[in-house]
Design a protein around this ligand. Structure first.
Ligand code: DON
Length: 379
């Protein structure tokens, strides 16, 4: 059977194709001269099925979309306490390249702005790592997440370095507060090489889906991150991933996301999907104009807003029936606290006759720890 998904994705692209609002980044020739009409959309399910439309296989630099993944790598390598010592978790409400630190403890406020990302980059592979070894570790993780060997756009990286005054100022600021210890130039070089890794929209969808599965790359099935690391990374993406547009984004689209200055944008639906778009023209917050429009539409049409509770249904119990001398209870879906509470409530209010009670779990997709415990103890 041919699934209708590719046609649906192509249709979505056609709806935004003529929107030429926004401006491509123009601070370096490689971004200024990139084709502004490129347009792509890709989805990857947590089962590892990938669908893409438009320019899904065209490469561009990952830029700030690397930040959540390198934050995840630092959490994985050092643990949350050590990472919390150098970077906070609060939204900044400021531009991505603001020279800002928390007033109370002088840490960058979150890992999605440049100050936080430069500090996090320095945690990878230990404080004494060379730039090359650190970047190789980063490139290796991003390659495993994409499921193919990724390369670095050296020309673009050199241009970024030639115009990196702002990031160098940030690195000096971090050094003066003892947050980083490398020379400012090396810290910015390492961060810039991280941003200069080439990906496709398809790669980004798979990488994003790896956060959605709780750390297992859904195509190669390699476990790359723990579920705790993914949960924390997604939490930070939801509060800070879209910079000073984060509040508007969460209200309108409701999907943890991260944008990049080359025009990429990812969104992750925990347990469901990784989504990625590519379109180089950006709005005043540095987020892709057509990418935002695509996400708004997908969220509305596919019902993806994480805060939506449109369909109120009673979770847990599918049916309770009598079969001769047996009472058969059919459960369904994910059995979490709410579903287990409902199951026990239904059982309590039902007259369970017969000599045998059969529990049919063939339609249960999963029990979480609390759901399993409540159902077992309740029975
Ligand atoms: O100037 C930088 O730090 C960039 N190379 C990356 C920033 C970025 O992608 C901002 N996101 N929209």
């Amino acid at each position: 059977m041919q699934p209708p998904i590719p046609d649906y994705l192509a249709d979505i692209l056609d709806h935004v194709r003529d929107d030429d609002g926004g401006q491509s980044a123009d601070y370096i020739p490689e971004l200024r001269d990139a084709d502004p009409d490129r347009l792509a959309l890709a989805l990857c399910t947590t089962s590892g099925h990938v669908y893409s439309a438009g320019d899904g296989d065209v490469e561009f630099t990952i830029q700030s979309i690397s930040k959540p993944f390198i934050y995840a790598l630092a959490l994985q390598e050092l643990g949350a306490d050590a990472v919390d010592e150098v970077v906070g978790l609060e939204p900044s409400g400021e531009a991505f390249n603001e020279l800002s630190l928390d007033d109370n403890d002088n840490r960058p406020v979150n890992p999605m702005i440049n100050a936080g990302a430069i500090a996090v980059n320095q945690l990878i592979n230990g404080e004494d790592s060379s730039v090359d070894d650190r970047v190789e570790k980063i490139r290796d993780l991003l390659s495993r997440l994409a499921g193919r060997d990724l390369s670095i756009d050296e020309e673009l990286c050199n241009s970024e370095i030639l115009s990196a005054d702002r990031n160098l100022s940030i690195a000096h600021m971090l050094r003066s507060h003892g947050i980083i210890h490398d020379e400012a130039h090396d810290a910015v070089l390492s961060y810039t090489r991280q941003c200069s890794i080439l990906v496709t929209t398809r790669d980004l969808a798979v990488m994003s889906a790896t956060l959605a599965t709780g750390g297992v790359q859904p195509v190669t099935e390699e476990r790359l991150l723990t579920s705790e690391v993914c949960r924390r990374t997604l939490a930070v993406m939801s509060s800070s991933g879209m910079y000073d547009g984060a509040g508007r984004w969460m209200a309108g689209v409701g999907i943890p996301a991260k944008s990049g200055v080359a025009g990429g944008l990812i969104g992750t639906l925990p347990g469901q999907l990784g989504i990625a778009t590519f379109s180089p023209r950006l709005d005043s917050s540095g987020n892709s104009v057509r990418g935002v429009k695509i996400f708004e539409r997908l969220s509305r049409e596919m019902g993806l807003h994480l805060m939506a509770a449109d369909h109120h249904s009673v979770p847990g119990v599918r049916s309770i029936t009598r079969d001769g001398d047996s009472t058969v209870i059919r459960l369904q879906g994910t059995i979490n606290f709410t579903a287990a509470e409902n199951i026990l409530h239904e059982l309590g209010s039902h007259k369970l006759g017969g000599s045998e009670l059969l529990l049919d779990v063939s339609r249960v997709t999963s029990f979480n720890r609390m759901g399993r415990r409540m159902v077992k103890e309740g029975l």
